[in-house]
Write a protein that binds this ligand. Sequence first.
Ligand SMILES: [Zn+2]
Length: 237
Amino acid sequence: MDSPVARSGAPTRRRLLGTIAAGAGSMALARYSLRARAGASAALIEPICKPAWGAQPPKGEFVTHRIERLTVHHSAVILHRNRDAPGEFRSHQAYHQSRGWPDIAYHMLIDRRGNVYRGRPSSARGDTGTTYDPTGHYLVLCEGNFSEQPISKAQVRALVDVLAWASGRFDVPPRRIHGHRDFAATACPGTDLYRLIDSGVIERRVGDKLATGGVKKKELCGRAGRRRVAAIESGNA
Ligand SMILES: [Zn+2]
């Protein structure tokens, strides 16, 4: 089935539209690029490489997969000070590896100020403590608990950019963006963030990005990455 599993109640308008709008991902992307304006320039994401944010090397083997959808998560941990975000990511990774997973469960991580960090390799299937099969899901984590705190505008902007980059990179149409709770019994990605996904706001903004030049990626590795993390951890980025 193309549509995500709706656990209860009537399907939302967005899910119905998603089901009706069947077709290859490349066709859907072509529709967006037809709307592209001449002279539009690509936005840029600058994910911080894993050694720069203090990630440990993977433990054990990854299972490879082919990305077919983009799925948004929150950490369910209230983030009071953004300077603590890199430390939170290090502790998520340590916890996930302690569960026997090879790496942090997610592919891309975003803090409250919109800094982006690399997670496990895109080619590696994610992991989950819930009951869905993450094969084919590109997993994007927004640090915070969005049932307890609002998501910041900077974090939403970065999320849209990451999703638009992934949509272009993996040829996944924006209608295949969902929240974790669309697939499993969980509050993830929290009320405030899920509202933006379920109402189609994120899908529309990702579509607009693709129509105005898309999003490129340039990684911050080595000194540049360490400098960015030092700035984040001193409250200056
Ligand atoms: Zn989740």
